[in-house]
Design a protein. Sequence first.
Length: 147
Amino acid sequence: MPAESALDPDQLAELLRPALLRVARRLRQEASKAGLSALDVLLLVEIKRQPGVGVSDLADAEQMSRPAMSTHIKRLEAAGWISRLSHASDGRRSGLTITPSGMAALAETRRLRNDWLAARLGALGPDARQALHAAAGPLLALVEVQP
C-alpha cells in the first residue's frame, strides 16, 4: 500500500510537477529540431483532426486573440504546412486543411519525440518501465479532467 503522503494531492503535485515539466521541455526541444514550435504542433494536430476549421474557432479553442491566431496561421501557411479552403456555403469564410508537407512535419516531430523518449525508457529497468506504463492512464486523465 502506498505511503499516506503519496495519496496527498499537494505533495504528489510537488513531486510530479518538476519531472513533468522537464520531460515536456525536452519533448518540445525535440520537436523544434523538425522546425516546429509546440504551438505549431498543437495547431497542425487540431487542423488535421478538424479539416475545414476556421481561424476564429482555433483562437477560441486555444483561448487566444483572433489577431494572434491569424499571425500563427499565416506563418504555417507561408511554411506550406496548411492551406485555406473556401467555405462551401459562405464564400467570405475559409477553412484550414493540413498539407502533405504539414503531415510530413508532424510525422518527423513524432518520430524525433518518440526516438528521444524510447532511448530514455530503454535505459530504465523493467520495474520502472512497468510503473510508467501503469501511470500513463492516470497522467492522461489529468489533462482530460475539466476544472
